[in-house]
Ligand binder design. Sequence first.
Ligand code: EPU
Length: 416
Amino acid sequence: MDKLIINGGTRLKGEVKISGAKNAALPLIAACLLNEGCTTLSNIPTLRDITTIIKLMEKLGVEVKGKDILKIDASQVHSYRAPYELVKTMRASILVLGPLLARVGRAKVSLPGGCAIGPRPVNLHLKALESMGATIKLERGYIVAECKKLRGARVYFDLSTVTGTENIMMAATLAQGTTVVENAAKEPEVEELASALKKMGAHIEGAGTDVITIEGVAHLHPIEHTIMPDRIEAGTYMVAAGITQGDITLLNCNVTYLNALIEKLEEIGLKITEKNGNLRVVGTTPFKSTDVKTLPYPGFPTDMQAQIMTLLCLVEGASIVTETIFKDRFMHVGELRRLGADIRVEGNTAIVNGVKKLYGAPVMATDLRASASLVLAGLVAEGVTEVSRVYHLDRGYERMEVKLSQLGADIQRVKE
Ligand code: EPU
């Protein structure tokens, strides 16, 4: 197992290229199951979650070649089983459920278990597929779903669910008739998936709004598609600029999808300017405390909650961070406290009282974004911070220690 050793205190300066978005690439790779040809996806980030979904596709009989450009040939699908060994390492494996049902009429997908950020059930995915005609049973830890031909249905999601919306949208592309998804997730990654599916020949309207209409078609065809930049990776480097009082220019980032975050960071006092699609972020103190509440897009993303909390730890005054998406996404708080942060948690609210300094210590990551928040803290903490269990970070950040070193950080990866 690897760990990161960070010697804090350097101002980060320079340019960083934002990688392709993990949460756009995962559903797009799964969507390749819907057509019987070879799809080419470029700007694929090198991440552990991507390796996992490729392994899963290969288990299903799909041929996958390449690395940052993937050629995914789904002419043959000879299995419909997503095994526990893969699903337990990545919940997003559930994204093959809808496409498998649509393509081969059956799916056996291990039921994702508990998660470091909350219970995260998939009941809404299952209820929606049932309303489209699937019979679903839970057998020995597996979701066993069958349906010769899915039919269009009206699907209302009680909660806005990102992968739920994506699963149903994919399943509905090959269903008989029209599916209307109400209270659909509006995340940019949902819109990206819809636009790729439309290129494949799907009839989809309304993606990016809370009502999506999908009219089923008989076949989809292979495409070439470039994955959008990762808005959460971009946000993480923006916070890195702020927390180190640095000056970082983000290359290849889509500014439109960062509005809620930009507003908050500007409120805190970061100077953010856009030029030719690049974003320059300068962290010049004094900073002001603020309140943050996570919400479905276009609200403040839950995937940036841990990182902005680290920044607020060093901002004078009290800031209140409210998490409304996941039940248990404050696992980073205990570790930030080990570095000297003053944070009190009451239910889904964290009260952060700014301190003058953080002090390096060994800390342990518990999930992907929590790991990122600890690395950010290490960049500014006095002395050495050791972040262990870096495999969480590797799930969603491409070569983070390399990108940070290029910006001037004193950070190394070592074997534990
Ligand atoms: N929910 C249910 N039942 C369901 C589905 C969701 O109760 O059937 C609840 C969840 O427990 C949660 C809320 O609804 O409280 C929203 O969850 P959602 O389904 O939107 O999350 P997800 O689709 O599992 C995706 C991202 C997450 C991101 C969330 C929220 C992917 C692969 N994952 O998860 O990304 O936090 O949306 O934006 O797209 C990450 O990248 O670190 C990450 C966790």
